[in-house]
Write a protein that binds this ligand. Structure first.
Ligand SMILES: Cc1cc2nc3c(=O)[nH]c(=O)nc-3n(C[C@H](O)[C@H](O)[C@H](O)COP(=O)(O)OP(=O)(O)OC[C@H]3O[C@@H](n4cnc5c(N)ncnc54)[C@H](O)[C@@H]3O)c2cc1C
Length: 480
């Protein structure tokens, strides 16, 4: 298996499961006869394509891929995997860094055909099926002048991003994605279908808001939407020589900025092509990607002090439809690149941390490699640390260091840069992890992500999935 991953999850679980190839053929046929979606076997033509996920560093060969057409297919697949002791992986948008939506030999329950979305304009909400990406959601909601807070790349799956928390362009204004979740429909390990919300199965609703895919297959999400259509946003870039000053300005500004102002900091390499001016092509720079959700006629005034601080070398900030901002970086990060990331929560950015950032930011190993600081001051702080499973409400940023490149020959280069950068910055972090931006980093790191919420998560996991059928995730282990 060509991968730079640590492999703990895969190794620990290998002994407990059977492979699809070991199952009596009549059982597989019986499963197929009642299935309405698409079943893809290793011998089928589409298999090689169907087993690819976003991170091309992942090379796993499932025994069977079940592309579910509806909830009935999901129930049947869960029952089939459980009754035959198969490893079961759930695939939403397929953006897991460590490839947790794929497994070797077992069953992949693939939700990608389940893309129904129903927008309720009067309630300003949307019911979204588990196979949607954020691109699907933006398309459906923008037609009504509405939007849901999500991430910063529209090809990401609604399923994984939401269940782990969800940091994005609108977080300071409207909170994490889970802060806008009203209800979920879930197929549990025993095959039962339940709804979880503030009114029903409250323990499960608490757990799915940050606890990842540990508790069942979420077949649909009900989101609160917001009247957001055109925002004032886009990137501003500065030369690397100004990085320390930009980071200092950004740190001090964003924590106390009005909540309509969102902006994430990045180290990046300017892509060598339009629309970027030629003199900036392939230059390593630092930047802030803004998203102001307030009244457009106030935007110039709000951004005046930002532009005055140090006129940017490139200023692409202006009125933009929200889906265009959300999809702006999709072409740079298509499916099929090699990815290795590390992430931490950050409360403060000290002078020492700035010095390390500038050192490693100046050494971006490839054009696609990057570091982002996503602000979560503002609305995410209005929710209590124990009100949802997501624990790091007291952090001000999620920091992700991402080594990315098309060429597998550079895997060592991007991985070692990301690890060294992360190790240099970890001492200045708040300590825990973000489950959506972890590799396979071991159980202590999963616990660190949840802090004092972990104990309750174990209790809820033990109630809903005592045998850990849903273990291809940043795993919360049930008590024995
Ligand atoms: C290009 C890119 C951009 C990203 N940008 C952001 C960002 O801006 N903000 C942010 O917060 N994160 C971001 N992420 C991280 C992202 O949130 C996680 O990788 C997330 O897990 C992806 O969800 P998915 O459904 O696409 O992935 P998958 O690989 O399909 O699933 C990831 C995990 O979630 C589980 N899962 C998925 N759907 C379901 C479901 N319906 N029911 C139960 N379990 C499910 C899977 O089993 C797996 O364990 C980004 C990742 C990439 C690769």
């Amino acid at each position: 298996m060509a991968t730079m991953l640590d492999g703990t999850i895969a190794n620990e679980r290998k002994n407990v499961a059977r492979s699809v190839a070991e199952i009596d053929e009549t059982k597989v046929q019986a499963f197929a006869s009642g299935f309405h979606g698409e079943l893809i076997h290793p011998s089928d033509n589409g298999y090689e394509q169907a087993r690819q996920i976003h991170n091309a560093m992942i090379d796993k060969r499932p025994g069977l891929i079940a592309r579910c057409a509806d909830v009935a297919d999901v129930i049947q697949s869960v029952n089939f995997a459980r009754d035959n002791q198969l490893t079961l992986a759930i695939r939403g948008g397929g953006h897991s860094g460590p490839g947790l939506s794929l497994c070797d030999d077992g069953l992949v329950l693939d939700l990608s055909l389940m893309k129904g979305i129903r927008v309720d304009p009067s309630a300003q909400s949307a019911r979204v099926e588990g196979g949607c990406t954020w691109n699907d959601v933006d398309h459906a909601t923008h037609a009504f002048g509405l939007a849901a807070p999500s991430g910063v790349i529209s090809s990401t799956g609604v399923g994984g991003l939401t269940l782990g928390g969800g940091l994005g362009h609108m977080a300071r204004t409207h909170g994490l994605t889970i802060d806008n979740l009203l209800a979920v429909d879930v197929v549990l390990a025993d095959g039962r279908f339940v709804t979880a919300s503030a009114e029903e199965n409250q323990d499960l609703f608490w757990a799915v808001r940050g606890g990842g895919g540990n508790f069942g297959v979420v077949t649909s999400f009900l989101f609160q939407l917001h009247p957001i259509s055109t925002v004032y946003g886009g990137p501003m870039l500065w030369p690397m020589e100004q990085a320390a000053d930009v980071l200092r300005f950004y740190r001090d500004y964003i924590v106390t900025a009005p909540e309509e102002v969102n902006g994430w900091f990045a180290f990046l390499t300017v892509p060598p092509g339009a629309p970027f001016p030629e003199h900036l092509h392939s230059k390593k720079m630092c930047g802030i990607v803004w998203c102001y959700t307030g009244p457009l006629d106030k935007a110039a005034e709000v951004f005046a002090p930002i532009r005055k601080f140090g006129p940017p070398a490139l200023d692409f900030v202006g009125p933009i439809p929200y889906p265009a901002l959300q999809g702006m970086f999709d072409p740079i990060y298509p499916k099929g690149l090699q990815w290795y990331w590390r992430a931490d929560w950050v409360k403060e950015i000290s002078e020492e941390a700035i010095a390390e950032h500038v050192k490693y930011g100046s050494q971006l190993p490839t054009m696609h490699s990057t570091m982002h600081l996503y602000p979560i001051s503002g609305a995410p702080h209005h929710v209590g640390q124990n009100d949802t499973a997501f624990s790091y409400r007291d952090a001000n940023w999620g920091m992700v260091i991402v080594g990315v490149d098309p060429d597998p020959a550079n895997n060592e280069k991007i991985t070692s840069w990301a690890k060294s950068y992360s190790e240099a910055l970890h001492p200045y972090s708040a300590g825990g992890a973000y489950v959506n931006m972890m590799m396979d980093e071991g159980q202590e790191r999963v616990k660190a992500a949840y802090r004092d919420n972990y104990k309750r998560l174990v209790e809820i996991k033990t109630k809903y999935d005592p045998n850990n059928l849903f273990h291809m995730n940043q795993n919360i282990r049930p008590s024995a």
